[in-house]
Design a protein around this ligand. Structure first.
Ligand code: 5AD
Ligand code: SF4
Length: 483
């Protein structure tokens, strides 16, 4: 393994114990710059980035692409031909990790015939001790291992890997900083991610994210607004504000006087067509944010509002800090303020100790909250979290049966959410040709409903069109273009 710094003789390995600590120190803001010594590192070479997990990771990959291009690398469509291949990983569930081991297996063969290629693993997985140890001990062909707190070191880490031909490991388990002034290669020319905050201090007992992403820290309002103004000038039509708990925005700045609701109001004034955000924590969803959603024209009538469980005892041992009633009160307030809103959610099935009766409360909540969609997950044990040591007597086979029952309920919600638009004219932001082909184009409505319509006109991509909905099924709506 390469020493990161010849003088300090140090290798930075992750520690979940350190990552759990919150020291309440001021957040460091780093303005990204590339040292002259790295400027031409990638000239004549290509890169490819695999991205797994949440939208936060997608946004991070756009930054890493920006950094790589800044030092001369060009994008390769195909990982097989790339000189640098990065795997931006997710640690939130076991199956996300399984996929990484699979891809690494494929890359191993290519590395054998192309020893000069660089394979890097980054994102949440290396923040876990177990994963990094496995990488170091069993995947010695991996060149760089780094985490979520030091993306800005990428040029240095690549250079070290070229120079030493050893595995370079730099995983920091600190609370995290804020990286500004980063170059970005955005995947879309009309939809963009905008981070408003990083990290999470909620410590839900099943979740690894507060350990892998550091403390909750908000970007300065001016930096966010300037980024959005720039996107508007470039012609972007839709932005999605990102954070693990977007409603915690501002709590760490200026005594928490300027909140997420205030930010929504100021963003609305910029006049970008569509604004979305993900994800809010139900406990922190306050009246001001709900009012802002209702009154700001650009904030779309869709809320992804993770509930996780509909049972009070389970919510308590999950450390979610709200009850079923408190959650439903907020949902009902949202329906009152924004009658047309679509609410979607995240649900975990089979949390340690959950009984079938308790699970049934989740099913009834799905109906009561009138969810129009849900990401549903079977509980996955994450080492180092409190839930990992809780008694978990229900078999995985049984959890799968519960999971199927839950999907039946959430699928009904998806269908109803589409059916209610049949006969209506909706505005669609066109994304491109439908995946199924059939001379159809696809896009999303303000309520975030996937909509297909007959057209082969590629000039519509990135534009708004009106579509009259003629048919609805569980996963999408179909309609006709109208003038
Ligand atoms: N097991 C299953 N699902 C999880 N999530 C987070 N941690 C776990 C886990 N250990 C889900 C939650 C969260 C979403 C992003 O992932 O539902 O909202
Ligand atoms: Fe994980 Fe809970 Fe934080 Fe969401 S709010 S990232 S589920 S700890």
């Amino acid at each position: 393994m390469a020493k990161l710094d010849k003088d300090i003789e140090q290798i930075f390995l992750p520690s979940l114990k350190t990552a759990r600590m919150r020291k309440n120190l001021p957040t460091e803001i780093i303005n990204f710059e590339v040292d002259d010594e790295y400027k031409n590192l990638g000239i004549g070479k290509t890169y490819y980035i695999y991205t797994y997990g949440c939208q936060g990771n997608m946004a991070d990959s756009e930054i890493m692409a920006g950094i790589l291009e800044k030092i001369g690398y060009t994008y390769s469509k195909d990982p097989i031909n790339a000189d640098v291949v990065l795997l931006n990983t997710c640690a939130v569930r076991e199956n996300a990790e399984q996929r990484i081991w699979g891809v690494l297996g494929q890359l191993k063969g290519r590395k054998r015939t192309h020893p000069d290629m660089i394979i890097g693993i980054c994102g949440c997985m290396p923040q876990e001790e177990k994963a990094t140890n496995k990488l170091i001990n069993s995947y010695e062909f991996v060149d760089i291992i780094f985490g979520t707190h030091n993306r800005d070191h990428l040029p240095k880490l690549i250079k070290m890997a070229y120079d030493t031909k050893e595995t370079v490991v730099e995983v920091l388990s600190n609370e995290g900083c804020i990286l500004e002034n980063t170059p970005k290669i955005r995947e879309s020319e009309f939809k963009a991610w905008v981070h408003i905050m990083y990290g999470c201090d909620e410590f839900c007992t099943y979740c690894i994210v507060p350990y892998t992403r550091g403390k909750e820290r908000s970007r300065k309002k001016e930096d966010i607004l300037n980024e959005i103004k720039e996107l508007k000038e470039k012609g972007y039509k839709e932005i999605t504000l990102l954070g693990q708990n977007v409603n915690a925005y501002g709590k760490d700045l200026d005594n928490g006087k300027y909140t997420f609701g205030d930010l929504l109001i100021d963003i609305d004034k910029i006049g970008i067509n569509r604004v979305r955000f993900t994800s809010p924590h139900p406990r922190d969803m306050d009246e001001k944010a709900m009012q802002a959603m209702a009154n700001c024209k650009s904030i779309m009538p869709h809320l992804h509002f993770p509930v996780q469980s509909g049972n009070d005892r389970v919510l308590k041992i999950m450390n979610r800090k709200y009850t079923r009633k408190e959650y439903l009160d907020k949902v009902n307030r949202l329906y009152e303020l924004i009658p047309n809103i679509s609410i979607t959610t995240d649900i975990i099935v089979g949390f340690p100790g959950e009984t079938y009766e308790e699970f049934k409360d989740t099913i009834s909540l799905v109906k009561e909250a009138r969810f129009e969609g849900a990401y549903t997950f079977i509980y996955s044990k994450r080492e180092g979290t409190p839930a990992a040591v809780m008694d978990d007597p229900i078999s995985i086979e049984e959890k799968h049966l519960w999971f199927d029952e839950l999907c039946k309920a959430t699928n009904e919600g998806y269908l109803k959410g589409h059916e209610r638009f049949v006969g209506e004219i909706v505005e669609v932001l066109v994304e491109g040709p439908a995946k199924s082909g059939n001379n159809m184009m696809s896009g999303y409505t303000p309520n975030n409903k996937l909509t297909h319509f007959e057209s082969t006109d590629n000039s519509l991509i990135g534009k708004f069109v009106n579509v009259k909905i003629t048919k609805a099924n569980t996963w999408f709506m179909i309609g006709d273009l109208v003038e």
